[in-house]
Design a protein. Structure first.
Lengths: 282, 578, 578, 282
């Protein structure tokens, strides 16, 4: 006998139906609040039953997000949201699977998993809250911090160039690539909704400032602009061009192509131990 | 003609010269004719070329180790003689290819030349050399003669064009042997046919996992675990399971954790370097109480070490790899049959106790073949994790509910009203982060306490030998094979020796061990690692003092080595094998 | 007025309300005036906001633990009272801000209202509240009164505009306290000024590494180790060293190994999750005999666990994390001074023995400040690795030469004719891969044997208390602090208790421990983890039985908890503190 | 006193001076022989003193290469050549540092380190011997194996798309990016020589077939062509375009820009413990 809910689920889900009772630990003004709200909006727009959604994350301020949603959540270890999400989606294709987290989580310790996730092109929606800083550990330089950035961990300025996450994801063959801004939650919700609708690997890079350790609100407000209407999201070269742009920060859908067609696989049959063992008869 | 109780035949040559194939077919022939078989092989460090050997021990009684010394050495070339003659028993027989080298002057025992290249060539194709060798050996020592043609046929499979010349080579080899004047005592004809399997340890692990209902596998290639992954790659798509060749071992186990969180039985397989990399994730599974099975096929360490040698040196990391107090179950099979047995139970225990289970195999077990009695599958049920039952109210689901036995109902996504977030942060019954002192104490006790009953289990020890004895062997993993051999040999000498094989290293079955301790005076703990990792575990857990016996050459113990130590502890002279 | 031997003052409030700053300045004032100081703080789980506390224990004698109970609680708000009043000693004093809450009816002890907000406001700026609080506390209990203005000045630094109002608030606070009718016995005036440092454990590790000649650091942020990395980031560029914020912990330690292979003294610092990830690389350093220092600032585990709590639960992985038999040295400081001391020796041992050295600190030690006597730097030499000496012939350099003490000369690239490849494969004296049984045995013995002399060392134990006693404490890491406190308290009762603090956990200094075992009847092993990891280590290594005493709440032992157990073992009643 | 060689070094280094006495364990015909020869050629062309060169690798057939050179070598663990090389180069800028290995090593388990190495732009020359297979572990699918590739580890065909290593390296900001072919050792030697001369991160992707588990000699011989003379290696968009090409395989220098200018750093002074400790005086 399996578990039975005592009342039936509501027929229409409101954004607030996705919210748990846990109060976010985020600082007042943190960009992640906007992302949480946008995710709730997108989920409601897509009318995803909370019981059929699992949100996987790593470690960081942003990675605490699953706990603030009234859905299934898997708050893993630092940098490992993607392989856990891939295992979950492979084992449970019936679920909607999202992976969320921060720039440290996805682009530093977890970077080894990102291109592999992209090239597998499973139906997973990824939302990275990039504040170009390590929030939870109190303000060290991250892979997206600008060159010369001064923090406690790089007091003489970060010597490496910043990564362009969207360029890497595009180079890895992702089928849906977009960028949003936590201060523009309506557009962000649209992008996440489009990502959820996409049947392959959907990657949404979100500018989500950290008010406490690297307040980029003003900066980003100056730099962001919407991709021109003329931009053709099926044009990989153009998408790549926008992805490496750093003087200004384009928002919108950079790239979209149909997901990979699955390769033919055998029709599953139940396993018969005895028949299998007979192969080994002396 | 005297019939020896068992015979150890080693075929040695160069990778690619067919010597291994000769050994493999010989083992099959012996098994198919009803003998018990135990094989052992070495692999060269080179990808292609380099010296190899394939050894077959065959007997009418069960065999549990590779044997002590070589009774028959078939040297395909001079290097094979150089490398292996030191392992020959005093009265051993040498077979050699006179085209390759002359009978070494220093060898004074019984030798038969076997010009297998010439024999094969005369039969139509020089490349049938290995089959000719098969014929010579089988005919000389009575190993499965009536099965040879079938085996050659199966081996060649689709290469029908080669079949004729190979069968001719086989017959010519047999013929050649019959014309030799047999001067040695070795003759191993079977006393009857039996329905047995011939499997490697890796194959038995794959079979066990499939029987246990594995639904997901993720892995990354590594010697000697790769063919577990390859077995899963072949089978899971056929039965609707999920399979993933991951980008590394961290991704492998995290994918398994994701799948298991999704309600599916998940497994990965690796060797030492991969297990090291999995340390953090195993701790996460322990903390979040997510079942997962991890096979570690140990090889020589540390680091990249000796990728093609056996060692039992990953016990420490299996027990302790992971920061913080992170419980897990650790099992270790000693034989191919136990690979099946313990893999099934690894899944059942993982599910029942919601914890990671590590199965410690080793290189020798991974690749060796043994004859295995058919499993009574009715004794291998499938135990599922506890799932919430009855009515659920919104936001009331307690994933880490403090039940009487401390195992909590675990829901899989898809069930309404039971949504929760699994986190590696310390958490309360609802799964919400909670770092208060009282909660950390309670939850630590929960994670450890749920496993505590296993300490009283009698399911994961095997007791052999005398009821009471001066010397009691306690061992784990494949060292149990030579230990049983030593106990048997001691028995032949009327020397009572007791033995306890521990299959579960964590939690340690302390009741059974304490009982055994009552029955013996001296506890001897043989194992293949430098530190005496298991001996120290026994001391750590039981507060006792044991005698550690270690070997760290990358090679398993022989039963004679252990018997020698038993003799020494009794003040007896060195044992001599009849 | 009675002067208590020492006083424990806890300032508690909300993150951001200045209560921690009050505590910090208080500690500085006490230290600067010549008192010994030991602080303890907690951090909220939230990034901003959440309850915090900062506790100062001050005394004219050395202090080695956070103390047993709170003598003075300064509650900045009602929640602080709620959270902390249970920790107050029977005769403790309460200070509270009456603007925030009323004196709780259940409190019957001595209480002083301290309207610090109002005091500061009257002095010119309500934000000087924390400085007003400093004035009140210091004046009431005699803590470093003559140093306060300097400290406020230094604290404000460049914010000169705030200086006046803050100094006014300070004076007003002092004035306010002087007008209170003092009814409590606590008065801690210093008996003289001393030249001491006030440092945290992390700061002492940075200082120790710099003194030891660290030339390279690579790390990845993690609580509570990040500020070791940040200290290195600030200093190494100034002294021509290499610094790298790596992409993860695997990269961190691999970069250290690369730098050390290059001949430079290298270090990384992390906490449990990072140490787990480093398992494979540590085994590689052990196998290739490349020196490297790894600081593990332990926090509550397993997994992400309790990132802002202390625990001593990474001992097992420090000892055993890494597949195969991979030796390493493990050290554990108990105090801020020992952080300096053992970090210097960690480098020296790594270089001398060419092996990884792990230093186990913990969250409490990372962040607490202590007064530290100046180091006699002449006692801290810099020991370099053995380098080849004399003439080299082409292709003759034996990187892993089997010398008498098994330590081989290690060259750094740049020396002609000494080129070799370091490999994690088993290798011979020249460093070339070699998997033969004899070679594996010899090289395993080399790697372990070179460390064996350390078992006989007396440098890494500290012996306190009675020469002979019924109860002997053996402890490690920060638990040594409360143990010394308990030994001291027992001494006050004329109860002889012996104590051995073990600073080197691997190799275990067995000679010194065995000697201690001779001197005591019952061995009690207190430690902050669930399994009793150190107790089991003692049993494993020595084949003895000890009494394990564990705590697993994320909080350190108090000396009273340990004294209570000592009493119990003597059949005495529960101890009561005067 | 430091070690002293008993004879002085030759004035001119021949390719054979870089060769050790260890016989390569590679199968006859393995592409890696060509790479080893090309590296020796390039080193001789650059006249690098063998004592001043360190070659770092991971694990794989290809990663055994350092042992076959008479230079300093660091044969690390699987996937970790780059961080070890970075540590070594940072600590010992006077040395010439190379990192070598296989596609599994650099693009599967080690992929997390590659973009970070590229964006740091240290003077390291990387040579990846890509055979699109796991050689040492006897023939499993690798991240550069084509989609649908059948091996023991993917008996129903690899379902993910292959990675384009050069695209990822370009997207990560590498300053020198090239591709060679083990069967064209002269060109390959030139590329490696150019990489050694480049003062930043030089990445050379080498097609180096595995005769035993995935013999691509014929295939590659058909697919390779030289980048046109008109290709401008300073044009990132063009380089990226060639990098994602998979129907044919261009060889040559895809991209080259001047390495990053180092950021200002303080002038080093010797460390004075007592002065440092004085900061902590009560
Ligand atoms: C293996 C490991 N290393 C380091 C840490 C410490 N840590 C926690 S979160 C974090 C990075 C946070 O940055 P980001 O992912 O950008 O998230 P944010 O807090 O900015 O949202 C780090 C380094 C950890 N928990 N585990
Ligand atoms: C942590 C770890 N995982 C797995 C292995 C096993 N392993 C050795 S080499 C290798 C991959 C080899 O492929 P590649 O890097 O392409 O090198 P090639 O042999 O093809 O040159 C693997 C998976 C290992 N040594 N260590
Ligand atoms: S520290 Fe930064 S990222 Fe973290 S919660 Fe606060 S504002 Fe957000
Ligand atoms: S297996 Fe392949 S890659 Fe390895 S040495 Fe042989 S040909 Fe080369
Ligand atoms: Mg961030
Ligand atoms: Mg390869």
């Amino acid at each position: 006998m399996t578990a039975v809910p005592i009342t039936s689920a509501p027929v229409v889900y409101k954004p607030s139906d996705y919210r748990s009772d846990l109060k976010p630990i985020w600082c007042p003004g943190c960009g992640d609040f906007g992302v949480l709200a946008a995710i709730q909006q997108a989920l409601a727009a897509a009318q995803i039953n909370p019981k059929d959604l699992a949100v996987v994350s790593g470690i960081g301020c942003s990675s605490r997000l699953p706990g603030f949603l009234q859905t299934y959540g898997l708050h893993t270890v630092h940098g490992r949201a993607l392989p856990a999400a891939i295992g979950l989606k492979t084992a449970r294709p019936d679920l909607t699977v999202m992976a969320v987290g921060g720039d440290g989580d996805f682009f530093s310790i977890g970077l080894g998993h990102l291109p592999h996730a992209a090239r597998r092109d499973l139906d997973i929606t990824v939302v990275v809250m990039d504040n170009a800083i390590y929030g939870l550990t109190k303000g060290q330089t991250s892979p997206t911090s600008p060159r010369g950035h001064v923090t406690k961990s790089t007091p003489y300025g970060q010597s490496a160039q910043p990564l362009h996450p969207l360029a890497i994801v595009l180079a890895s063959g992702a089928s849906f690539v977009a960028r949003g801004f936590s201060s523009q939650p309506k557009q962000l919700a649209e992008l996440i909704k489009a990502g959820l609708a996409h049947r392959g690997f959907a990657f949404i890079h979100v500018l989500s400032p950290c008010v406490t350790f690297y307040d980029t609100y003003k900066l980003y407000k100056e730099l962001v602009y919407n991709l021109p209407d003329t931009h053709d999201p099926s044009d990989l070269d153009a998408a790549m061009h926008y992805a490496v742009e750093s003087e200004r920060l384009p928002l919108g859908i950079f790239y979209r192509r149909p997901p990979l067609e699955p390769l033919p696989r055998p029709t599953p049959k139940p396993f018969d131990t005895q028949a299998y063992l007979n192969r080994f008869r002396a | 003609m005297i019939q020896k109780e068992d015979v150890v035949i080693r075929v040695a040559g160069e990778s690619g010269d067919g010597s291994s194939a000769t050994g493999e077919m010989l083992a099959q022939a012996a098994a198919r004719s009803g003998l018990h078989v135990f094989t052992f092989r070495t692999t060269p460090a080179e990808i292609k070329g380099g010296p190899v050997m394939f050894q077959v021990r065959a007997s009418n009684s069960p065999v549990r180790s590779m044997g002590d010394a070589v009774d028959v050495l078939f040297a395909f070339n001079r290097e094979a003689w150089d490398l292996h003659h030191a392992d020959m028993a005093p009265n051993a027989v040498l077979l050699y290819d006179p085209e390759e080298f002359d009978l070494p002057a220093e060898f004074t025992g019984i030798a038969y030349p076997a010009p297998i290249g010439q024999i094969a060539q005369a039969a139509g194709n020089r490349r049938g050399k290995n089959v000719a060798a098969l014929g010579v050996v089988a005919a000389l020592f009575g190993l499965g003669l009536n099965k040879l043609e079938d085996i050659v046929r199966a081996k060649l499979g689709k290469k029908a064009d080669l079949l004729e010349s190979n069968l001719a080579a086989l017959r010519a080899g047999i013929e050649y042997a019959h014309q030799l004047a047999k001067r040695d005592p070795f003759w191993m004809e079977s006393t009857g046919e039996h329905d047995r399997y011939v499997m490697t340890g890796n194959q038995a692990i794959v079979a066990g996992a499939l029987h246990a209902g594995v639904e997901f596998f993720a892995g990354y290639p590594i010697t000697p675990a790769s063919d577990i992954m390859e077995g899963m790659a072949a089978m899971l798509p056929q039965i609707g399971g999920g399979y993933l060749q991951a980008e590394d071992e961290i991704a492998s186990i995290m994918a398994c954790i994701g799948a298991s969180y999704g309600g599916k039985r998940a497994m990965t397989a690796t060797s030492g370097p991969g297990l090291s990399l999995m340390s953090e994730a195993i701790g996460y599974a322990s903390m979040t109480e997510i079942p997962v099975v991890i096979v570690d096929a140990q090889r020589g360490g540390p680091s990249t070490g000796l990728p093609t040698k056996m060692e039992q040196s990953d016990l420490n990391i299996a027990l302790h790899g992971g920061h913080g107090d992170s419980p897990r179950i650790v099992l270790a099979p000693a034989s191919v049959a136990e690979c099946f047995h313990l893999t099934v139970w690894a899944f059942n225990l993982a599910e029942q106790y919601q914890t990671p289970v590590i199965v410690l195999s080793d290189y020798s077990l991974s690749f060796r073949t043994e004859t295995v009695e058919p499993f009574d599958l009715s004794k291998y049920p499938r135990i599922d994790r506890l799932r919430p039952n009855g009515e659920l109210a919104a936001k009331q689901y307690r994933r880490y509910e403090l039940t009487a036995n401390l195992v909590s109902p675990m829901v899989a996504p898809g069930v309404a009203y039971a949504q929760y977030t699994a986190t590696g942060l310390e958490h309360n019954e609802f799964g919400n982060p909670d770092y208060t002192p009282a909660n950390h104490a309670i939850m630590t006790e929960k994670r450890w306490g749920k496993l505590a009953p296993l300490q009283h289990s009698r399911e994961y020890v095997r007791r052999f030998g005398a009821e009471r004895a001066k010397v009691g062997l306690i061992c784990w993993g494949t060292t149990a094979g030579p230990c049983r051999g030593a106990v048997y040999l001691a028995g032949q000498e009327d020397l009572p020796v007791a033995m306890l094989q521990v299959q579960m290293l964590s939690p340690l079955p302390v009741d059974a061990i304490n009982e055994f301790l009552e029955q013996v005076e001296i506890v001897l703990v043989p194992e293949v690692n430098f530190q005496g990792q298991f001996a120290k575990l026994l001391q750590a857990e039981l507060g006792i003092k044991v005698r550690s016996m270690t070997k760290y050459t990358g090679m398993p113990f022989s039963r004679l080595e252990i018997l020698r130590q038993i003799h020494a502890l009794h003040g007896l002279a060195e044992p001599v094998l009849a």
